[in-house]
Design a protein around this ligand. Structure first.
Ligand SMILES: Nc1ncnc2c1ncn2[C@@H]1O[C@H](COP(=O)(O)OP(=O)(O)OP(=O)(O)O)[C@@H](O)[C@H]1O
Ligand SMILES: [Zn+2]
Length: 720
């Protein structure tokens, strides 16, 4: 009986397509194949096989089977689940699962080795080549270069059988973790947490735990022991550590290397494609047993995934906002469920969602309430900027400057935290009041002094800062409003001319290597004052850092979206948590105009639980997450009339469903991006509602014009 193969293609198509299996191809689910699609030949993955013929219309055949390692069944299930969750096509998550295959496989190297046969005629040139070959296998070109002879001499030796060509596989092995190395001796509460995680692993099957420990309590040490237990369970078991920030990977990799004598496989956008290919294959083949990566590592083809750790689980970088929209923390739980694995969510400031799951018993709740050893949590103080304002045009208040002076005199380090890149968030003309905006988007241009440019942080648009106002033509009339990290750095240099000062933000630290170098020099005490965005505010251990100054503690409270309070609390508690992590006590000073705000009061009192309780009660009353669910619809298009017509049509066909409220359509706060107008709906649903089902049914009820793009964002974090 001939068979039909369903082949899913890694592109935004609504479903898998059927192809005929050519006789004798012997396909299996998970195989990589090429198939015709219109005039093109595309690679895809077999998701199902069934007996049958093509019916009336003969099916096109599968063209060939590729010999890449097949996708394990868990990955296929996960791809399908992720697509349903995101109300999107399965081709998107499949494309993510195949991302490691974009680069061609590394070819084996051809090298020459000695055979032991003497050439019939020996010459000085030949002697030199043979001597060079004795040092180990090398390519012909390398041998010739080393011996200082022409390629012809080497070829002559091959022809006469004195040298032979052999193939060497490129280095695809991953160092084997050494499980006999002694663990760090854990303190009693760490040991208790590690024991519970070990027991959960031992019970097997899907389990979830929230590792909730104050900053510097040693959560990493605890999950390292869970990793050791998972690896010891079975020689094939694999573990995945997800981190929110590339800047954090190096430090975590180093701790794994110290613990297991083996560097883990690394997976994120900063890893070069050939290396990514090797990691992908190593994960599929089972040689890569520990993977440390960014959110997209969730889509790797693990064969026997036993443990997923989501470190800094509260971090909003786990939410991918572009292309395929997903929350990696939630998907990590889903993948663990599919694989029957343990998932550990770790944070000093867990998300309200995870705390709610822990409170309700769905996750095991493991708490570490003190820092390891003698280290104490930092004191947190508020600086009321209404009483002690900075000088005009400056951003650091006298009390903060004084604290920095003392810290510097003691030979200790300070960090100034401001979650704003660039020099100034806004440039305006003092002659006509014009605010500099990007030409095709509703967002202000941010001034960057290092590059002398005005940059749109939304779209990446940038221009040279003009000499004259583009609106009224006045010269020298453009003024920078408000501070970014570059401006705070300028002020710090002015105040402390002899101090060693550096900036850490994604524009000043371009890649993983630069981030690693900066983190290392900060840890080594080579920097006195680090001015940093959130890229440096989490996870790091800087032993000599004793003062954290938060330049604008009110910043993320503005805007006022659903998570503003939660996010501010997390961000500032994390930033403050960098101080005093070793013997020397630390403190954090928060500059604010609203010292009475509940979030700042909770930070000052170090009373997270009270803050969480108050916040949860507010959410419950409003039916907001985690008590209810949210989804957004964002429609955009260059043609305003077509967009209006579409959102009106969509508003007219909202399905009738109990427990669901739809708000909108409204102009998005960012009403224009890259020349496209934007409209939004917000959907709130009770927890028991099948929100994804509702969204899919609703979208299907109105035809989408070609010029309009519709995006569904489940559990939105951005409301712009
Ligand atoms: N049992 C231990 N023995 C020795 N040192 C420890 C131990 N536990 C933690 N430490 C040290 O304490 C510091 C903080 O630990 P770690 O980085 O694991 O904390 P964390 O809970 O992950 O912190 P954060 O949430 O702030 O990132 C590190 O320098 C770590 O090496
Ligand atoms: Zn002007």
């Amino acid at each position: 009986m001939p068979r039909i193969a369903s082949v899913l293609l890694p592109m935004p198509l609504p479903e898998a397509f059927d192809y005929a299996e050519p006789e004798g191809l012997g396909l299996a689910v998970g195989d990589h194949v090429t198939v015709p699609l219109g005039p093109r030949v595309i690679r895809g993955v077999v998701t199902a096989l069934r007996d049958g013929t093509g019916g009336n219309r003969p099916l096109k055949p599968v063209l060939e089977r590729l010999d890449d390692p097949p996708l394990p069944p868990g990955v296929l299930t996960f791809v399908d689940w992720a697509a349903r969750y995101a109300v999107d096509v399965a081709g998107w998550p499949l494309a993510m699962a195949l991302r490691g295959l974009r680069h061609p496989p590394a070819r084996p190297d051809k090298v020459l080795v000695l055979t032991g046969t003497e050439p019939a005629r020996m010459t000085p040139a030949r002697l030199k080549v043979l001597a060079a070959a004795r040092e180990g296998p090398k390519s012909g070109a390398a041998l010739a270069a080393l011996a200082g002879v022409s390629a012809g001499v080497v070829k002559g030796l091959v022809d006469e059988g004195a040298l032979a060509i052999t193939l060497i596989e490129p280095d695809s092995r991953f160092p084997v973790p050494d499980l006999t190395l002694p663990p760090q001796s854990l303190n009693a509460s760490q040991q208790a947490c590690a024991d519970v995680l070990g027991d959960m692993l031992g019970e097997g099957g899907f389990q979830a735990a929230l590792l909730d420990g104050v900053t510097g309590s040693g959560k990493t040490e605890v999950y390292l022991e869970a990793v050791a237990a998972a690896l010891a369970e079975d020689p094939d078991s694999q573990v995945l550590i997800l981190l929110p920030e590339i800047a954090l990977t190096q430090a975590v990799m180093a701790r794994f290397e110290a613990r297991f004598g083996a560097v883990p496989a690394e997976w994120h956008s900063g890893v070069a494609p050939p290396k990514r290919r090797r990691v992908w294959e190593g994960v599929a083949g089972g040689q890569a047993r520990i993977v440390v990566g960014a959110r997209s590592a969730l889509f790797l083809p693990f064969r026997k995934l036993r443990l997923i750790v989501v470190d800094e689980e509260h971090d909003s970088s786990f939410k991918q906002e572009e292309g395929f929209i997903y929350q990696a923390r939630d998907l990590a739980v889903a993948r663990a469920k599919i694989e029957g694995a343990l998932v550990v969510l770790a944070s000093a400031t867990p998300s309200l969602e995870s705390l709610f799951n822990a409170q309700s018993g769905r996750y095991r709740w493991l708490r570490l309430s003190a820092r390891h050893g003698a280290a104490q949590l930092p004191d947190i103080g508020l600086i009321d900027l209404r009483e002690t304002p900075p000088e005009p045009g400056r951003w650091l208040s006298p009390p903060l400057i004084k604290a920095m002076t003392v810290t510097l005199a003691r030979g200790e380090q300070s960090m100034l935290f401001l979650n704003r890149r660039g020099y100034a968030p806004l440039v305006l003309c003092k002659a006509c009041g014009e605010k500099m905006k990007s030409p095709d988007s509703d967002s202000w241009l941010v001034e960057h002094r290092y590059t002398g440019r005005l940059v749109c942080h939304l779209t990446g648009f940038s221009m040279k800062k003009p000499e004259a106002c583009p609106h009224c033509g006045a010269r020298d009339s453009l003024v920078s409003i408000g501070p970014g990290v570059e401006r705070v750095e300028e002020e710090a240099r002015f105040l402390f001319p002899t101090a060693r000062i550096a900036v850490f933000s994604s524009d000043t630290v371009m890649d993983a290597a630069a981030a690693r170098a900066l983190v290392a020099s900060m840890a080594a005490g080579e920097i006195d004052i680090l001015v940093a965005t959130q890229a440096a505010a989490k996870g790091h251990n800087f032993p000599n850092l004793t003062l954290v100054g938060v330049v604008d503690a009110d910043l993320s409270l503005r805007g006022g979206d659903l998570r503003a309070g939660e996010r501010t609390f997390q961000l500032l508690a994390q930033a403050a948590g960098r101080a005093g992590r070793h013997e020397k006590p630390g403190r954090a000073l928060l500059q604010t105009y609203s010292p009475d705000h509940a979030v700042l009061q909770a930070l000052k009192a170090q009373d997270r639980d009270a803050f969480v309780e108050a916040e949860l009660r507010m959410r419950e009353e409003a039916g907001l997450p985690p008590f209810g669910r949210l989804a957004a619809v964002i429609a955009s298009g260059p043609d305003g009339a077509a967009l209006d017509a579409y959102v009106e049509a969509l508003a007219a066909v909202i399905p009738n469903a109990e427990g669901v409220e739809v708000f909108g359509p409204a102009d998005a706060p960012l009403g224009l991006v890259r020349g496209r107008r934007r409209k939004r709906f917000l959907v709130r649903a009770d927890r028991r509602v099948d929100l994804q089902g509702f969204m899919a049914a609703w979208r299907a009820r109105a035809r989408i014009p070609n010029s309009v793009r519709v995006v569904i964002d489940i559990d939105p974090y951005s409301f712009l």
